[in-house]
Write a protein that binds this ligand. Structure first.
Ligand SMILES: [Zn+2]
Length: 379
């Protein structure tokens, strides 16, 4: 439970707009962020998503709303299993060590601690219950010890054509060539046991939870039938978020599952998405060794959140220069200071318009600059 009380002095209307959706809020907001799969060190691409989630939370607080963030840890995952096996370590202790480094990096980036941090391996029973419920609702079926969710609804909702959906499904581990399924676009809520992966008992025999189902179980356990905001990298839009949404709605009958989505833009290096497989990772710990956290945050946040962007050394230097201008502006008190601070607040609530707010804060200085520094966590 939250102890946040709305006071008469707070703005009467808390109505942030995200991607064109106005989200009216009372005293708190439920934010689910798809967290890390703890199989490797934190890179800038991951960190960017969680810095934006942190910024959303700070903007909500500015509006007098208490953000309640749930950021899960996907420690039951096929990629993680492979990494743990290469390191000759049990999957859970391997994941716990990676999670420790991740949290250390995020704290160093001034990302506030989250309210809920569920780890998938503790929610296996929830996934079993979810799978049974989806079967009961007619949205899933059992086949050869696995339970598959009928995927067509998710594809329709995402507005994708079949070929594109199949391509993305294959890319993100959806196994469209699994012949047990009625339709290649169906996805495992429960996957029957396989060598090289952990397994648990279920009414359908031993197996493990599917990726999308894990997030559904954790989100629902933290927040009930739905969330105010669901956040993640834009590459999670399909299949992960589309299937999450479709499973949650099929289980609860409550639509929409999420009132608004924060799909954070992708970080690129030389035109290629930052990823371990591309061999172009920029590690947060390396950046922090040479630059302040505030400059790294401003490099991430000094743009529209949905925009893909290119990391270069110059982008960090540019952020350092913008930060110096903003700090200097604090000492400049204009007569319009309070009105300018109000404008910063308005711009941040309007789709987290950091570039607009930065221009006002740096130009007007004083209270507006102080407000933006606090709201972006640049202090
Ligand atoms: Zn997720």
């Amino acid at each position: 439970m939250t102890d946040h009380a709305v006071t008469a002095a707070e703005p009467a209307l808390a109505a942030p707009v995200l991607a064109g959706r106005t989200v009216l809020l009372l005293d708190r907001a439920r934010i689910y962020a798809c967290g890390i799969t703890p199989y490797d060190v934190t890179h800038l691409g991951h960190a960017a998503t969680f810095v934006w989630v942190d910024a959303l939370g700070r903007v909500l607080r500015l509006l007098g709303v208490e953000p309640e963030v749930c950021r899960n840890v996907t420690d039951v995952d096929d990629v993680l299993d492979a990494a743990a096996s290469r390191a000759s370590a049990p999957y859970d202790s391997f994941a716990a060590i990676q999670q420790y480094h991740f949290e250390h990096d995020l704290a160093a980036l001034n990302v506030r601690p989250v309210r809920h941090e569920p780890r998938a391996h503790r929610y296996v029973g929830h996934v079993v219950r979810l799978a049974a419920g989806l079967i009961a609702a007619g949205a899933a079926y059992e086949r050869n010890g696995s339970v598959y969710f009928r995927g067509q609804a998710a594809v329709d909702q995402a507005g994708l054509d079949r070929a594109e959906a199949l391509r993305l499904s294959a890319e993100y581990g959806g196994r469209p060539d699994d012949r047990s399924k009625d339709d290649p676009l169906d996805t495992a809520v429960w996957q029957s046991a396989e060598t090289g992966h952990p397994s648990w008992d279920s009414p359908w025999g031993p197996g493990r939870p599917g990726w999308h189902a894990e997030c559904v179980a954790m989100a629902m356990s933290a927040f009930g039938v739905g969330v105010d905001f669901h956040a993640g990298g834009s590459d999670l839009r399909f299949p992960h978020h589309a299937y999450h949404c479709a499973m949650a709605e099929a289980f609860t009958g409550v639509r929409p599952y999420a009132r608004a989505w924060l799909h954070v833009g992708t970080v690129m290096v030389d035109g290629v998405k930052m990823a371990k497989s591309a061999g172009n990772l920029v590690l947060v710990s390396d950046l922090l060794a040479r630059h302040g956290a505030a400059a790294i945050r401003l490099m991430i946040l000094g743009r529209r959140w949905a925009q893909d962007w290119e990391y270069t050394d110059a982008s960090l230097e540019a952020a350092e220069a913008r930060l110096a201008d903003l700090y200097q502006a604090v000492g400049r008190a204009h007569a319009a200071g309070q009105a300018a601070a109000g404008e910063v607040r308005r711009l941040m609530a309007a789709d987290l318009d950091v570039p607009g707010a930065l221009e006002v804060a740096t130009g007007e200085g004083g209270a507006a600059a102080r407000l933006l520094i606090a709201t972006l966590g640049l202090d």
